[in-house]
Design a protein around this ligand. Structure first.
Ligand SMILES: Cc1cc2nc3c(=O)[nH]c(=O)nc-3n(C[C@H](O)[C@H](O)[C@H](O)COP(=O)(O)O)c2cc1C
Length: 175
């Protein structure tokens, strides 16, 4: 199996993280893989925001949990020390596809680096709320951005090695 195929097959969503912080060099490498993803018409619509600030993290956790309808004390980011938020210029028609590819690249890179990650949803609703505006003003970004998704990122506190069965009728060839 090639190294890339191995990474693709063995990456799993991680939902239990160590509290250890992730060195910035590693966060940078994960983000780098994301921003090099293909994008519709090469417009590079997605933007990645790395959140390690505990105060903001708490606000995101609360907002996400509320949108998801969970109890106040539930952390939908599974206590991951890093939250990577992907947003994309909503004027770009491929924003959601571009942002999803960014997230996909980052999940694979995280796995390659021995980090764990999990796509956490509900970024769309978050960025439609005041919190989204607050985050944009914190980084001085102006414009209309759609929340695409987050990655919970950190060192896994669980060993997951299973490769899932692939459902039938998902691959066809027309020769
Ligand atoms: C669009 C999308 C949204 C997801 N949202 C969440 C989420 O909010 N919380 C979560 O724990 N996992 C979420 N996941 C992770 C999936 O549950 C996970 O990818 C799926 O169960 C397959 O497992 P695997 O990633 O280990 O292959 C999401 C995945 C995708 C692609």
């Amino acid at each position: 199996m090639s190294e890339l195929t191995d990474i693709i097959k063995k990456r799993r969503s991680i939902r239990k993280f160590k509290s250890d912080s992730v060195p910035k060099e590693l966060i940078d490498k994960v983000i780098e893989a994301g921003v090099y993803a293909a994008s519709g018409r090469g417009k590079q619509a997605p933007v990645v925001i790395a959140v390690t600030n505990t105060e903001l993290r708490e606000k995101i956790v609360k907002a996400n949990s509320k949108i998801g309808g969970w109890a106040e004390d539930f952390d939908p980011f599974y206590n991951a020390p890093v939250i990577l938020i992907v947003i994309a210029d909503s004027q770009v028609s491929t924003a959601v596809y571009d942002g999803s590819l960014t997230l996909g690249n980052m999940m694979l890179k995280a796995h390659e680096l021995g980090l764990g990650s999990c796509w956490i949803h509900r970024a769309k609703q978050e960025f439609e709320s005041e919190l989204g505006q607050e985050i944009l003003s914190m980084i001085g970004l102006e414009g209309n951005f759609e929340g695409i998704g987050h990655l919970a990122l950190g060192y896994p506190d669980v060993e997951v090695t299973d490769i899932p069965e692939i459902k039938e009728n998902r691959i066809f060839y027309i020769d």
